[in-house]
Write a protein that binds this ligand. Structure first.
Ligand code: DX5
Ligand code: ZN
Length: 231
């Protein structure tokens, strides 16, 4: 299970709003829609004001799924815990630049451990903060809400940072967006250069998960209503 090479648009469902009592079924439902990546939101109640899952849940889920496990670590001290997520079966680790003491060292270490690596910026964090680090990663995650909860309103100004990130990383590195992604906002972020779309509420608030994923796919295949480079 490897993060797909850049060049395709992928939807990465976030299970944050899934039925946690039936997670294996939820994973099977999204897999049947043909997605390749599942986005696993890890929160520690410290870096963000919410608590979710950790390595034990990921290790159990690994037995039920062949999807790429994209672990979004919204935790303080990611260097202290990241290795445990890889041991549990995470294929990709994204950490927040705001939380990492020595981000470059962490990127190298995660690569040595065989994971692909993402670096994430919160809405208020300027792109300059990751300018030197982004080209060392496999994916850059641009938050389009304040991390912590699903179902929040999409922040257009934060999404515009994707344009600058794309200029920095070129076509070979994935750019993921996370927060408020749905059939209305997907064409906007795709036109800015995002290629990995995290969607939680837009999928798991609908009873038919497959139809919800297909609705997002259909939205960005239409003519985008904001052109790339728009300010
Ligand atoms: C927010 C999480 C997101 C969240 C997205 O802190 O990182 O992955 O689940 O959910 P929606 O798509 O509902 O905004
Ligand atoms: Zn996330």
């Amino acid at each position: 299970m490897k993060l797909p090479k850049a060049g395709t648009i992928e939807i990465a469902p976030s299970i944050l709003d899934a039925d946690f009592a039936r997670l294996a079924d939820e994973m099977a439902a999204i897999e049947s829609a043909g997605v390749k990546i599942v986005h696993l939101d890890v929160m520690d109640g410290h870096f963000v004001p919410n608590i979710t899952i950790g390595p034990p849940v990921i290790a159990k889920l690994r037995k039920y799924s062949n999807l790429v496990f994209d672990s979004h670590l919204m935790i303080s001290e990611p260097a202290k815990y990241a290795e445990r997520f890889i041991e549990a079966g995470a294929n990709h680790i994204t950490f927040h630049v705001e939380a990492a003491g020595q981000p470059q060292r962490l990127i190298d270490r995660l690569h040595e451990l065989g994971a692909t690596v993402g670096i994430c910026v919160n809405p208020e964090t300027p792109v300059e903060r990751i300018e030197g680090l982004a080209p060392l990663c496999d994916m850059v995650l641009v938050m389009t809400v304040h991390p912590g909860f699903g179902g929040q309103k999409f922040m257009l100004e934060a999404a515009k940072k994707v344009i600058k990130v794309r200029e920095i990383v070129g076509p070979e590195i994935r750019i993921e967006v996370d927060g408020g992604i749905d059939p209305q906002t997907s064409p906007i972020v795709v036109s800015y250069g995002a290629d990995t779309l995290v969607a939680g509420n837009a999928i798991f608030s609908k009873s038919d998960r497959v139809a919800a994923i297909n609705a997002i796919r259909a939205s960005y295949k239409k003519e985008p209503h904001v052109k790339r480079g728009a300010k």
